[in-house]
Structures are given as structure tokens and as C-alpha cells.
Design a protein around this ligand. Structure first.
Ligand code: OMP
Length: 213
């Protein structure tokens, strides 16, 4: 695990974005942990979050032309990532987001920001079943753009409908790379080094045995 990944786990724990307990996921699965990116909810949090996304993007080496943040949760993520790329990586990258409601006046259309053209890097919080990504693909395809990759904060590394993870299904279906700041494997590595978190580790490992890939 890279130092920025360890720092990201500590940041998520500190902000209670990452919590242990009993949670019911969108899929109906009962999970011993949950990642709620909405709790990165101050200006400083958002600035810091952007730096982690930008670091993971630089690390991935995936070439892209435009950052796309799907409504709603992808919007602040794409914005802060674009700012961090400019401030910390000397990269001035165009970004764009969609609105969920169609607009029939003003500039029209459902996209705001840069045109959605070329190789698109989609940024979002978490992928579990991949539903949100599939919705975004419809928008990207309608604009005749191409999905270069997807960057999320946490890869839960869970099985999707079959033996592959939801993320592996997205990679197969759209021929793109999906990358994350941290994965469940990184979280397990972190927990293994924290003796006071042994109980959480045990529950996460049991969950992983049931639903992991
Ligand atoms: P998909 O759109 O099915 O991939 O699910 C992603 C959504 O799962 C997120 O937008 C959240 O609503 C939710 N989620 C989390 O935010 N964090 C988690 O740790 C787990 C989930 C989830 O319900 O699976």
C-alpha cells in the first residue's frame, strides 16, 4: 500500500466516511463496513479529497481528455479533482458534468462545462453493482465520446451478478480501466496492522469470504 492510500484510509476514518457496524447495501447485502463519501463535507475535506483523486489518477497513468462527474455525487469530485490536477500536477484538464433534469431554456442540453468529447475519465465515489456507471455510459455514447477509464474512491471488490466483480464486468463491457484510490484489499492490510481493530478485521474477512472476488 502506498503512503497516500494509508493517508486516505486515515482521512476516511477520521471523517467517519468509513464506518464499521451493520449496513444494508443497495444490493441488499449486509455489510460490516460502509463508505459514505457525502461526509467529506467541508471545504478543507473537499480540497484534500481532490488531492487523493489526483494522486490516484497520476498513479494510474491512464490517458484521457476530459474529466466527467456524473450527477450528483460525481460533480464535486470531478470539480475538486480538476482543481487538484491544476494546483498540484500542473495539468489543466477540462471537466464536465450532467444535470439529471432536462433543461428547455438557456444554453439547453443536459451537460455543463467542457464538451464531452474524446477520451473520458469518469470519477465517482463507490461502485457496487455498477448501475450508476451504466447510466453514465449512455450519456458518453450519446456524445460519441469514448470511456478511457473510471476512478472511484473505494473498490469494494465484490462479486457482481456472476463470478466477476461489478468492476470487472464494467471493464469487460466497456473495454476500459477502472481504478480506485483504495480497494478492500488495502483496507484489510490497514486493519491487519491495527491490533485494536481486530474485531472489524474479522468481520470484514468473513464478508469477503461470502461476497469477495
Ligand atoms: P452502484 O450504482 O450499484 O454501483 O452502487 C453505488 C452506490 O452504492 C453508491 O452510490 C451508494 O449509494 C452505495 N454505497 C456506498 O456509497 N458505499 C458503500 O460502501 C456501499 C454502497 C452500496 O450500497 O453498495
Amino acid at each position: 500500500m502506498k503512503p497516500y492510500q494509508q493517508a486516505f484510509i486515515e482521512f476516511a476514518l477520521e471523517k467517519q466516511v468509513l464506518k464499521f457496524g451493520e449496513f444494508t447495501l443497495k444490493s441488499g447485502r449486509k455489510s460490516p463496513y460502509f463508505f459514505n463519501a457525502g461526509l467529506f463535507n467541508t471545504g478543507r475535506d473537499l480540497a484534500k479529497l481532490g488531492r487523493f483523486y489526483a494522486a490516484a489518477l497520476a498513479e494510474s497513468g491512464i490517458a484521457f481528455d476530459v474529466l466527467f462527474g456524473p450527477a450528483y455525487k460525481g460533480i464535486p469530485i470531478a470539480t475538486t479533482t480538476a482543481v487538484a490536477l491544476a494546483d498540484h500536477h500542473d495539468l489543466d484538464v477540462p471537466y464536465c458534468f450532467n444535470r439529471k433534469e432536462a433543461k428547455d431554456h438557456g444554453e439547453g442540453g443536459n451537460l455543463v462545462g467542457s464538451p464531452l468529447t474524446g477520451r473520458i475519465m469518469l470519477v465517482d465515489d463507490v461502485i457496487t453493482a455498477g448501475t450508476a456507471i451504466r447510466e453514465s455510459m449512455t450519456i458518453i455514447e450519446a456524445n460519441k465520446a469514448e470511456l478511457a477509464g473510471v476512478l472511484i474512491a473505494l473498490d469494494r471488490q465484490e462479486r457482481g451478478t456472476g463470478e466477476l466483480s461489478a468492476i470487472q464486468e464494467v471493464e469487460r463491457d466497456y473495454q476500459c480501466h477502472v481504478t480506485s484510490i483504495i480497494s478492500l484489499a488495502d483496507l484489510v492490510t490497514y486493519l491487519e496492522a491495527q491490533p485494536e481493530m481486530a474485531e472489524h478485521l474479522e468481520q470484514v474477512n468473513a464478508y469477503r469470504a461470502d461476497y469477495g472476488i
